[in-house]
Design a protein around this ligand. Structure first.
Ligand code: F6P
Length: 347
């Protein structure tokens, strides 16, 4: 990637998919074409650069994708820095493609790889993506609002069945390291207790809150738990122990474990709903479409301005540029003031 005039750029989406990726891809292509810049889509994140799987993106290829969930480019959790052979194939292919710059759309893992490549002199601009909303240096990421809306609607629906059957409903939502989805959906859905990865689970407190509700005549309760929440003993509940190429385990199961304990302790009938990937699927909300569009346009403008190693970010209502490495340096965990507000409604 050598030219100072930008004629051709690449774009890739890596990590877990999330609603809003297609609006970003569309905006990248539409904004680039305005300046006569051609766009090459890289398939399946970093894996597409390792395997040289690309697709030209023009007006037609991005037509109609704005409301579509997922990513038309495909994605993967491939970490080329784990395998020297993959890394050299990636570099060789980057050279062969003759791209003047690359836009990498992804979360901490994808942007972590981007940071390393930038340090090696590659011309990369980042776009933050995660439904968990736990990337630093940006107030929000697209996909989060959609996930919160899906979780909120699910909590609303669980309310009516919980009330009819006088049951405790435990709802497990996504959130590997941070409880943003749990707290936003929990507040919006009127949860009676919210459990997040940032605070160890205290079963006595939850059961006391449920009993308090029953003492004042309520015969049902809704407990929202983030998949990454842990019992006080510090044990994460895992779906299985397999690691992906970034070393992540597969979470899931805390809802079931919690449901069992709550039923045993309170003697109230308890049911568990695990929302899982439903939160990541389907059409993005208007907020996520607008945010994705603004991020895509700004990413191309950063490329034109030669702002290598920068990531687009939302600060207040402005789209700004921040160093990619700051975004991945530490996780943006839950704002405890927000959790304090949620707590007012517990029990
Ligand atoms: O990082 C986003 C996320 O949706 C997490 O909330 C969740 O733990 C993880 O991805 C699930 O990953 P996968 O789609 O690979 O199962």
């Amino acid at each position: 990637m050598a030219a100072s005039v930008i004629r051709q750029i690449g774009v890739l989406t890596g990590g877990g998919d999330c609603p809003g990726l297609n609006p970003v891809i569309r905006a990248v292509v539409r904004r680039a074409l305005k300046d006569g810049i051609e766009v090459t889509g890289i398939r399946n994140g970093w894996k597409g650069l390792v395997n040289n799987e690309t697709v030209p993106l023009d007006l037609n290829s991005v037509s109609g994708i704005l409301p579509k969930g997922g990513t038309i480019l495909g994605t993967s959790r491939t970490n080329p820095y784990k395998d020297p052979q993959q890394l050299s194939a990636l570099k060789e292919n980057l050279g062969k493609l003759g791209l003047d710059a690359l836009i990498a759309i992804g979360g901490e893992d994808t942007l972590g790889v981007a940071t390393k490549l930038v340090k090696e002199g590659y011309r990369i601009v980042g776009v933050p993506k995660t439904i968990d909303n736990d990337l630093s240096e940006t107030d929000y990421t697209f996909g989060f609002d959609t996930a919160v809306n899906i979780a909120t609607e699910s909590i609303d629906r669980l309310h009516t069945t919980a009330e009819s059957h006088h049951r405790i409903m435990v709802v497990e939502v996504m959130g590997r390291h941070a409880g943003w989805i749990a707290v936003h959906a929990g507040i919006a859905g009127g949860a009676d207790f919210i459990l997040v990865p940032e605070i160890p689970i205290n079963v006595d407190e939850i059961c006391a809150a449920i009993r308090k509700r029953h003492d004042r005549g309520k015969t049902f309760s809704i407990i929202v738990v983030a998949e990454g929440a842990e019992f006080a003993q510090g044990q994460t509940v895992l779906r299985d122990k397999k690691l992906d190429s970034f070393g992540h385990v597969r979470l899931g199961g805390i809802g079931d474990a919690l449901g069992e304990i709550i039923e045993e302790r309170t003697k109230f009938e308890t049911r568990v709903t695990v929302l899982g990937h439903v939160q990541r699927g389907g059409t993005p909300t208007a907020f996520d479409r607008v945010l994705g569009t603004r991020f895509g346009v700004k990413a191309v403008e950063l490329v034109i301005a030669g702002q290598w190693g920068k990531m687009v970010s939302l600060k207040g209502n402005a789209i700004v540029a921040v160093p990619i490495e700051l975004a991945t340096a530490k996780l943006k965990t839950l704002d405890m003031e927000l959790y304090d507000i949620a707590k007012i409604f517990f029990g």
